[in-house]
Design a protein around this ligand. Structure first.
Ligand code: SAH
Ligand code: SF4
Length: 373
């Protein structure tokens, strides 16, 4: 049986675009070119995003010839779960292997967990947007090993599909807080979000999608101009340039004022509140002066502040301040009338889980090779 139309030997899977990287209009156009009726686009997206087919062969109500044509032009990449850590009632970490062997991790946070200091009754997934990260924040495990590559749109979308499949339940909240800097992979991210958000795709509302950035000011402005009501979280972690420069190299390119101006623009365009994430690191950014300065920035933007006690990363010298000091920092923000939360629960190190993907991945890899030897 011929399953694929003849493909030039020079065309490999790596050269093909994955079918799950295309928007509806692009699929329609492609089907037009193949002289297929336009209703096929709906059938195709049903197979991809509703029935979650894993190959063109499964799409039994598409003519065999069309399936072969599609298979000749598009790849149907898989992401394989290589390890699953945690249990169904706690945070679960999924380690995936991509087509080229790269490892990435996604984190599933069950409903009713403590999420970024607030209780959430939604099933949330924290997903990666890059393999590694080029931004080298001094406290973060993801940047420790540098940057490898951007994830393609389908690799972003596939994390959600694979986690739903593995965990057997629908995901209704997405945070781009995994490995990588989402706004540095802007085009693929936008493409992935449009698929995640669309009724023909995964159908997850924009208001249930949060993107966290280390502060790429031009891309924050670009995002502000997109007709998308996704939520924005900004990793501030330092309230003055002096402190932020020490821990986040990006601040030398876009200092706090440039970043806040971009945030002003975002808030004005979207009429939406943003969130400042602020990791508390002992003797680095946890002084009363920093709290007062942070309160000023939050007031200017009417932003919420999520305080996150730092999670130690092996090999890095930083640690979290005492509980007392964390509470003092929080109370200063509240005295200024800022809506602030401090994550207090133990055992729900979601942020860290997401920020430490690379490190955990490496450990798992090492553990696997130990097991194999
Ligand atoms: N690159 C983006 C998104 C990924 S990081 C960003 O920086 O915002 C997601 C969040 O985890 C960021 O706020 C990041 O600063 C935080 N994070 C990184 N390492 C951490 C650690 N060791 N403990 C607590 N939070 C951490
Ligand atoms: Fe990259 Fe974000 Fe980690 Fe900074 S905090 S190194 S931007 S993943």
């Amino acid at each position: 049986m011929v399953r694929h139309a003849p493909v030039s030997s020079t065309v490999t899977n790596a050269a093909k675009i994955d079918i799950k990287s295309l928007r509806f209009d692009e699929l329609q156009e492609k089907l037009n070119q193949l002289q297929a009726p336009s209703y096929r686009a709906g059938q195709l997206t049903d197979w991809l995003y509703k029935k979650r087919a894993r190959s063109f062969d499964e799409m039994t109500d598409l003519p065999q010839s069309l399936r072969a044509q599609l298979a000749a032009q598009f790849s149907f990449d898989k992401i394989d779960v290589v390890r699953l850590l945690g249990s169904s009632d706690t945070t679960q970490k999924f380690l995936f292997r991509l087509g080229d062997g790269s490892l990435i991790e996604s984190v599933l946070i069950p409903a009713s967990s403590a999420l970024y200091g607030m209780r959430s009754d939604r099933r949330t997934i924290c997903i990666s947007t890059q393999v590694g990260c080029a931004y080298g924040c001094k406290f973060c495990a993801s940047g420790l090993d540098g940057f490898s590559r951007n994830l393609r749109a389908n690799e972003i979308v596939d994390q959600i599909i694979a986690v739903e499949r593995e965990s057997g339940g629908k995901i209704d909240n997405i945070v781009f807080m995994g490995m990588g800097e989402p706004l540095a992979n802007f085009d693929n991210l936008m493409r992935a979000i449009s698929i995640i958000n669309a009724p023909w795709g995964l159908g997850i509302g924009a208001r249930h999608i949060t993107l966290s950035t280390s502060g790429l000011a031009p891309q924050i402005r670009e995002l502000a101009e997109k007709p998308l009501q996704i939520r924005l979280a900004v990793s501030l972690h330092g309230a003055t340039d002096e402190v932020r420069n020490q821990i986040m190299p990006i601040n030398r390119r876009y200092n706090i004022e440039k970043l806040l101006e971009a945030c002003d623009y975002y808030v004005a365009q979207k009429k939406q509140r943003i969130t400042f994430e602020y990791i508390l690191i002992e003797n680095i950014n946890d002084s009363a002066d920093q709290a007062h300065a942070l309160a000023k920035h939050a007031q200017r933007l009417k932003a919420k502040v999520n305080l996150i006690p730092y999670n130690t990363v092996e090999g890095l010298p930083w640690s979290r301040p005492s509980r007392n000091r964390q509470e003092t920092f929080l109370s200063i923000l509240r005295e200024h009338g800022v809506a602030a939360t401090l994550r207090r629960e133990k055992g729900h190190d979601i942020q860290a889980a997401c920020g430490q993907l690379r490190l955990q991945t490496k450990k798992v890899e090492q553990a696997s090779s130990l097991l194999a030897s």
